[in-house]
Design a protein around this ligand. Sequence first.
Ligand code: PLP
Length: 391
Amino acid sequence: MDNYIVNTYRRLPVAFSKGDGCWLYDNSDNKYLDALSGIAVCGLGHSHPKFCRALCNQVNRLIHTSNLYQIDNQTILAEKLCNSSGMEGVFFCNSGAEANEAAIKTARLFGHNKGIKNPNIICTNKSFHGRTIATLTATGNPKIKNGFDPLPAGFKHVDYSDTNAIITAIDDETVAVMVEPVQGEGGVNIPATDYLQQIRDICSENEILMIVDEVQTGIGRTGKMFAFQNSDITPDIMTLAKGLGNGVPIGCCLVNNLATEILQPGTHGSTFGGNPLACRAGISVLEIIEEENILENVTKVSAYINKSLTNTFADVKEVVAIRNTGMMIGMEMSFACAEIVGIALNNGLLINVTADKVIRLLPPLIMTEAEAGILTEKLTKSIEQLIANKK
Ligand SMILES: Cc1ncc(COP(=O)(O)O)c(C=O)c1O
């Protein structure tokens, strides 16, 4: 079918031609409940009327000028992001990996400014930070790195949710600790409640940067605008992408405290980063989240989904654990379960599997309780079929 496309994805045999809220329609007009949101991207669902109007207006007016000039939409979006996060500045790019590249470059430059020749960054096992050479090196998953040696030096890995390991790993050349507030690709791994607070303390004591990768958790996914706001901290660097553009490619790296003045003219850049169209998308997403009280909806509907799944699967031995924070839900099975993605597709439900055994749900943030009811029904049926197939 895709003779001219480089074969990097194992794609499902379905193509969608339109979307409406939490629903996608294939080329034969079959309807699917989207419980994945384009992998945590379309938080406002598909074809949100106000979002679409904002984009159409912007397309008709101006799409791109370049960072050689002032960009009003960039200024507006940066101010909104800083006001809602407590950060001090924003660098705009186009994806999560690029946002993390900016974070890594900032941390290295911060180190060099202090006279550190070979700066290192402490990352975690089972993390995911992207697929560029630096971000796959930061990623704590050998499968993502295999075949891409030689990898750059300057990254150490410790177990997630283990702050003693961070303390042990810090040396004179450590410049930053980089973590996801919840590991998404790693299996929806939720750390101890004081994990971020402890990392904040460790970083402050050692005058190193705390980098939070909120590419997946940011923009309302956990019920707060940013997942770090579930703790009483502010990081030095935060990266965003996915949900910020609701499908329009945009990423950014926000800086604070010791990280604020590090990037200077000539040190970093991006042709497309923060163009008028992408920033208009970001502005519109933030406006709609506020106007429609979407964070409250996340908390309410996520509690409904969690309760329903917990009740249904309490006595099902194949379901080892259900992990949930906002609209980020992982069901760990006792066996590798990639097969369920096709089963669910046949039942009109879009989900995925990560870390081999974890069924992952990332529903649109706008999902209603009625739709969440359909979601849990379809998922329950799919898991029953999966378990029956194994017997
Ligand atoms: C936490 C995290 N960081 C970075 C990335 C990479 O983002 P992108 O695919 O936009 O480069 C992802 C993508 O899944 C992610 O989940």
